[in-house]
Design a protein around this ligand. Structure first.
Ligand code: FES
Ligand code: FES
Length: 215
């Protein structure tokens, strides 16, 4: 028998021994290559700049930071609440570029240049937004934990209806949706109130809608 590459004579015993050696090598654990040393305790950050409640804000953030945590932990705007942190309760609702979003479901660095409005930006204790005043008038809360999200959502709901955006209960998805209790209940269904203040919340929103958005 000859090796077909070298043309040198090889024995059957030599072929078997070579095969065994190859199989043994293939089954051997990979030899660990030296890795560059990891930097301990230094998370890479990314810069982001946006406007929050009319003020330009710039942050350097771990890119995994949610908008909710950026608002609460970095800008100390704790009016926006963390309920589930999973997009299921609506407590973290804020308005970004005129549309409501769950701030726990979006990364802060995705909002470069955006305009963010939180409950603190809607009104102040001495100058309440009409929706805040209506929630007070109609007792639209009990513990109040869901209330900032409810109010931000409610403000955006009236804008959605005004802008002709249909919901799942709109009879006509092409025409302009009309304001109704069903529309409000459907559109507010992502905002959970564990105290069950729903009927008063709907009354507050209806009150504001009936006055054309005024207090
Ligand atoms: S905290 Fe964002 S939806 Fe519950
Ligand atoms: S007022 Fe308590 S959860 Fe809504």
């Amino acid at each position: 028998m000859h090796d077909e590459n070298t043309c040198l004579p090889v024995s059957r015993r030599g072929v078997i021994a070579g095969g065994v050696a190859t199989a043994t090598l293939a089954g051997a654990p990979a030899i660990a290559r030296p890795q560059p040393p990891m930097k301990q305790g230094v998370a890479p950050t990314m810069p982001v700049s946006f406007t929050v409640n009319g003020k330009p804000r710039s942050l350097d953030l771990d890119p995994r930071t949610t908008l909710l945590d950026a608002l609460r932990e970095h800008l100390h705007l704790t009016g926006t609440k963390k309920g589930c942190d999973h997009g299921q309760c609506g407590a973290c609702t804020v308005i970004v570029d005129g549309r409501r979003i769950n701030s726990c479901l979006t990364l802060a660095v995705m909002h470069e240049g955006d305009k963010v409005t939180t409950i603190e930006g809607l009104g102040t204790p001495g100058d309440l937004h009409p929706m805040q005043a209506a929630f007070v008038r109609h007792d639209g809360y009990q513990c109040g934990y869901c209330t900032p999200g409810q109010i931000c959502s409610a403000v955006a709901v009236l804008d959605e209806i005004r802008d002709g955006i249909p919901s799942h209960v709109s009879a006509d998805i092409v025409g302009k949706p009309a304001f109704s209790t069903d529309e409000v209940r459907e559109r507010m269904s992502g905002n959970i109130c564990r105290c069950g203040a729903y009927s008063n919340i709907v009354e507050a929103i209806t009150d504001v809608a009936s006055k054309g958005g005024k207090a």
